[in-house]
Unconditional design. Structure first.
Length: 57
């Protein structure tokens, strides 16, 4: 998870100003989605999963 966060390709703001989603490579190059919560108390990764294909709008 930390590898994907440190070397993320893209970050996305969410509806919650304290939550950002990142896409980055795992240590074996599998793209991961990483959910990060950042507030006055600190930063925490709360979700990590294999990245889903982009949605077509």
């Amino acid at each position: 998870m930390l590898q994907a966060l440190r070397h993320h390709w893209r970050g996305f703001k969410t509806d919650d100003p304290e939550v950002t989603m990142f896409i980055g490579p795992s240590t074996n190059a599998v793209p991961l989605e990483i959910g990060v919560f950042d507030d006055a108390d600190g930063v925490a990764i709360f979700d990590a999963m294999p990245a889903r294909p982009p949605s077509v709008a």
